[in-house]
Ligand binder design. Structure first.
Ligand SMILES: Nc1ncnc2c1ncn2[C@@H]1O[C@H](COP(=O)(O)OP(=O)(O)OP(=O)(O)O)[C@@H](O)[C@H]1O
Ligand SMILES: [Mg+2]
Length: 255
């Protein structure tokens, strides 16, 4: 299988000499094309730091990140901007939609920026809106739709370019359980039907149960990896819960 992402001994130190904090310590792992990978762990473990570095928003102190075989750490800012736009998709907790654009225009934005032809844009937006169940709201503005619909719009925008990698940092964090389930099912569908590769940071066991594999981060290091295999979501959720309990115990023991 081909690795779409290779994280190679990535460390991140915050602060300056005398007052340094290690947020990530030599983290290494790979993600193959078509995998749905979760990143879980306690608050402050380094999950967002890791995701921000992989998604080229932030730079590591040392180590390398390869996406589709390209070392993104070595890229210049203008190359990176283009790379981000064509290869990566982002879904944030606070949606990051543009209020003055309709839902349709928001979803189409990455394609418009890439100068794709209008006809092609319309076709792609319609396809994705149908898949995520938001066809009826395409002409509305963000303030006229629900949180769950906004989040599915953000997810649609993230995938409209067919990115190599889709990132989500707690994308279900602000959603009620029904909207959350709808978004997760949409992501699962994209993963299974379009072989999208997804990297999802989450606190939520229910969200974690949708993943093929979960990396547990504690204190800036990979503490454990869980693999779903052929098990049901319910069985996988049980294992995640048990591990979360154990991580909690370890932390309590350390205090
Ligand atoms: N810009 C920064 N400067 C200094 N320290 C930072 C900075 N950003 C994060 N940290 C620290 O690095 C550690 C990891 O933060 P990070 O945001 O990655 O945690 P997280 O696992 O995403 O937590 P949460 O689940 O609460 O979102 C924390 O101790 C945090 O305080
Ligand atoms: Mg975080």
């Amino acid at each position: 299988m081909q690795a779409v992402l290779k994280v190679d001994q990535v460390s991140k130190l915050y602060g300056n000499k005398g007052n340094q904090f290690t947020a990530l310590e030599e983290v290494s792992f790979q993600v193959n094309r078509g995998e749905f990978v979760g990143i879980m762990g306690p608050s402050g473990a380094g999950k967002s730091t890791l995701l921000n570095i992989i998604s080229t928003i932030d730079m590591p102190t040392s180590g390398n990140i390869f996406i589709d075989g390209t070392n993104v750490i070595a890229m210049k800012e203008d190359q990176l901007a283009l790379f981000r736009r064509s290869k990566l998709g982002f879904i944030f907790q606070d949606y990051n939609l543009i209020d003055s654009l309709t839902i349709r225009e928001n979803i189409a934005l990455p394609l418009s920026l890439n100068r794709v032809k209008t006809k092609e844009i319309d076709k792609r937006v319609e396809e994705i809106a149908k898949r995520l169940g938001i066809t009826e709201i395409l002409e509305k503005y963000p303030h006229q739709v629900s949180g769950g619909q906004k989040q599915r719009c953000a997810a649609s925008r993230a995938i409209v370019t067919n990115p190599s990698l889709i990132f989500g940092d707690e994308p279900t964090g602000a959603l009620d359980s029904k909207s959350s389930q709808h978004l997760l099912e949409s992501l699962q569908d994209l993963n299974q039907q379009e072989h999208a590769t997804i990297l999802l940071v989450t606190h939520d066991v229910f969200a974690g149960s949708y993943c093929d594999r979960i990396l547990f981060i504690t204190d800036g290091m990979i503490y454990k990896e869980l693999i779903k295999g052929n098990r049901s979501r319910k069985e996988f959720a049980q294992e995640i819960l048990e591990l979360l309990g154990r991580v909690g115990d370890d932390i309590n023991d350390a205090i």
